[in-house]
Ligand binder design. Structure first.
Ligand SMILES: Cc1cc2nc3c(=O)[nH]c(=O)nc-3n(C[C@H](O)[C@H](O)[C@H](O)COP(=O)(O)O)c2cc1C
Length: 201
C-alpha cells in the first residue's frame, strides 16, 4: 500500500503534536505513513524565538510525495480563523496535481491548533477542506460514535481533530487525553478508508 501523508505547518509545536498523534493512529492499522512539513514563507519577517523547534528536523514535502500518497492528513495552526499562509502557499503550488487528477478519490482529513477555545478552529478546518475538495479528495471527519467527541472540554470536532493551546505555546504544551484519543481515532479512520478506496478505485 502507498503511504498516507501527514502534512502540516507548525511554528510552536502544537500542530506537530496533533500530527504525530494522528500518525500513530495510521500506523496502528499497519499502514505506511510519512510525516512532512511545508516550507515556511514568513520566518524571516517574524523572526525565530527560543520555543520554535516545531518544523525543524522534519523533511519538507515534495509534490511527488503528495501525488503518490494513498491519503492525506493536513494540519495548520489557526491564524485569524484560517489556515496559515505556508499551508495555503503549498496548496497553491499543486496546480499540476489538480490537472492530472492525482488526488481524486483519496481520503483526507484536516486538523488545527488555536490558542483560544472559540478562536476559529472550525472555520479553519472548513477552509482547509475547500482546496482538497477541488482536488476531488474524499473528506473524512470524525463520527460521534467516538465518546471523546461528546466529553471533550478541550479540542476535538466532528470536522477534524484540534488542540486548544491557550497561551502555552512557549511552555511544554501537551494534548489532553481526549484530544489524543481523537487524533488516534482520526488516523485509524483515515487508514481504514485509504485501504478501502485504494482497492475500489
Ligand atoms: C498571526 C497569528 C494569528 C493567529 N490567529 C489566531 C486565531 O484566529 N484564533 C486563535 O485562537 N489563535 C490564533 N493564533 C494562535 C495560534 O493559532 C496558536 O498559538 C496555535 O496553537 C499555534 O500552533 P503551533 O504551535 O502549531 O504553531 C494566531 C497566531 C498567529 C501567529
Amino acid at each position: 500500500m502507498r503511504p498516507i501523508l501527514v502534512l502540516y505547518y507548525s511554528r510552536h509545536g502544537s500542530t506537530k503534536r496533533l500530527a504525530d498523534a494522528i500518525a500513530q493512529g495510521i500506523a496502528s492499522q499497519d499502514t505506511p505513513v510519512i510525516v512532512r512539513t511545508v516550507k515556511s514563507i514568513n520566518e524571516v519577517k517574524e523572526g525565530r524565538d527560543a520555543s520554535e523547534e516545531a518544523c525543524d528536523n522534519v523533511p519538507e514535502v515534495t509534490l511527488q510525495e503528495l501525488e503518490q500518497c494513498s491519503g492525506l492528513a493536513l494540519g495548520s495552526p489557526t491564524r485569524f480563523g484560517n489556515m496559515a499562509a505556508p499551508v495555503k502557499h503549498f496548496l497553491d503550488s499543486t496546480s499540476s496535481q489538480w490537472l492530472k487528477g492525482s488526488l481524486i478519490n483519496k481520503p483526507a482529513c484536516v486538523f488545527t491548533s488555536s490558542s483560544s477555545m472559540h478562536g476559529g478552529q472550525e472555520s479553519t478546518l472548513l477552509s482547509m477542506m475547500i482546496p482538497l475538495m477541488h482536488h476531488g479528495m474524499v473528506i473524512c471527519g470524525l463520527p460521534y460514535s467516538e465518546p471523546e467527541l461528546h466529553n471533550t472540554t478541550t479540542g476535538g470536532t466532528p470536522y477534524g481533530v484540534t488542540h486548544v493551546a491557550h497561551s502555552g505555546n512557549a511552555a511544554p504544551d501537551r494534548l489532553s487525553a481526549d484530544e489524543k484519543a481523537l487524533c488516534f481515532a482520526q488516523g485509524k479512520r483515515l487508514a481504514i478508508l485509504a485501504k478501502k478506496l485504494e482497492h475500489d478505485t
